[in-house]
Write a protein that binds this ligand. Structure first.
Ligand SMILES: Nc1ncnc2c1ncn2[C@@H]1O[C@H](COP(=O)(O)OP(=O)(O)OP(=O)(O)O)[C@@H](O)[C@H]1O
Length: 432
């Protein structure tokens, strides 16, 4: 490993992740570890130059105050205690941004003498080496959605182990226009990966036929995905590893007391035990913006690396109620027009998330002097910082009119366009 590291020990502070990002932004690598790290574990971490004990009110659990073990205080490494009474250090990080930065810099550079050697090039070189060491000449399987995380894992592993990696992309019919094609083009054609493309559209849509309940729809999509992926995995011989796009927030977001509670929501969970894979998770120490930077450094297209968040069940939750192929096409086509027009208007990357929804009722319209009875398309465009609350984008009226004209002219079965003006709360971002 080529990097110096500042270790942040988790005493329950909610701002560990923020601090870790701030230090990384200064060019020094950080990791967050549980407060009860042992001397052996500590010695096994490469390049540690100093330790921050980030305290705060949460370090008292059930009346008992958590503290780091003797290993930390006896390590001989510089230790900065913050908001951790009885241990000196700082009473608190400053509220003032410039002062806070100065406090961090003083510890990282003046006290610990850490070097600024955290960058994507070093990270990628290190991960390639680690993956090669872990995998040897054996084989790895990856479920590749075309989303940011699994795409970056794929690009990294192709670099590290080439054809020892097999990627499986499942087209369940609920992806956006052009996405399955882009996965094939980028990974099979341009990066020469072993890519298995599974056309499971009929399977998914048949299973979903007549199912109107949103929760039920999500469950069916999730369960069917596991089934399809498992079938593919069983057909392949000699695979010992499963690669996953686990990222750092997946690991630390639940860690108020300790980071040991690794969340499994990101995993291709639910695979039968007898498949018995060992995991390869090369992005598990990266924050989302670092994952994107890694993707760019590996040569992935911007449209893949900067794509807006997309729900796991895909367009299935935007084709309201029981999914039909016709309405699903109306969602896909109208979504493509919305994305095209937002990009042309310079809103791509500025608006957090925007998409279209097609409900299951129809309304009367007129086209070429004839009566129509077709669906409406609902446009949604929102901004949010944390997805807990969201505001509605103030889209220029002329742009809304242009999008309306295109959708009603180009999308089959649609005769009306509506704009959703509801912030969150009271409306959620997605409709289902
Ligand atoms: N259509 C698909 N084909 C293959 N793998 C998929 C597909 N959909 C999801 N996966 C796998 O399941 C994981 C979790 O999917 P989820 O929809 O929650 O996306 P995510 O957490 O945003 O990750 P990503 O950015 O890779 O899509 C993905 O990382 C990928 O490995």
């Amino acid at each position: 490993m080529k990097q110096d590291m500042i270790l942040i020990l988790d005493l329950g502070s909610e701002e560990n992740a923020r601090l870790a990002r701030e230090i990384r932004a200064m060019g020094v690598y950080t990791e967050i570890h549980p407060h009860d790290i042992t001397a052996v574990e500590l010695a096994a971490l490469p390049g540690v130059k100093g330790i921050v004990l980030n305290g705060g009110p949460n370090r008292v659990v059930d009346g008992v105050s958590i503290d780091a073990g003797a290993a930390v205080y006896e390590s001989g490494l510089p230790v900065l205690a913050v908001n951790h009474p009885g241990h000196g250090g700082l009473a608190a990080w400053s509220e003032n941004a410039a002062e806070r930065e100065a406090q961090i810099r003083e510890f990282v550079f003046d006290t610990c003498h850490a070097e600024k050697n955290w960058n994507m090039e070093n990270f990628i070189a290190d991960q390639i080496e680690l993956v090669r060491r872990q995998v040897g000449d054996r084989k790895v399987l990856l479920a590749l959605s075309g989303g940011v995380d699994s795409s970056v894992v794929a690009a990294l592993l192709i670099k590290a182990i080439g054809k020892q990696l097999t990627c499986v992309h499942v087209n369940h019919g609920l992806l956006r226009k052009g996405e399955p094609e882009q996965v094939v083009q980028v990974f099979r054609d341009e990066m020469d990966a072993n890519l298995i493309y599974v056309d499971a559209v009929d399977r998914f849509l048949d299973k979903l036929a007549g199912v109107a309940d949103p929760e039920q729809k999500r469950k069916i999509i999730g369960a069917e995905f596991i089934r399809v992926f498992e079938e593919q995995a069983r057909k392949l011989e000699g695979i010992e590893f499963l690669a996953q796009g686990t990222i750092y927030p997946d690991i630390i977001e639940s860690g108020t007391k300790t980071v040991k509670a690794v969340k499994s929501h990101h995993n291709v969970g639910g695979l039968p035990e007898d498949l018995n894979f060992e995991l390869v998770e090369p992005l598990k120490m990266l924050f989302k913006d670092e994952v994107r930077a890694c993707g760019v450094a590996l040569g992935l297209p911007d449209s893949m690396v900067y794509r807006q968040p997309f729900p796991g069940p895909g367009l299935g939750v935007r084709c309201l109620g029981a999914i039909t192929r016709e309405r699903l096409e109306a969602v896909r086509e109208s979504d493509a027009i919305l994305r095209e027009e937002f990009a042309a208007a310079g809103l791509e990357g500025k608006v957090w998330q925007y998409f279209t929804v097609v409900p299951y009722f129809k309304s009367v319209g007129v086209h070429d002097n004839a009566r129509t009875f077709d669906w409406p398309v609902i446009l949604r465009a929102v901004n949010t910082v944390d997805a807990m609350t969201a505001t509605v984008e103030d889209v220029p009226f002329a742009l809304l009119q242009k999008i309306t004209a295109r959708i009603t002219a180009e999308v089959k079965g649609v005769n009306r366009v509506l704009y959703d003006l509801t912030p969150k709360p009271t409306g959620t971002i997605e409709w289902e």
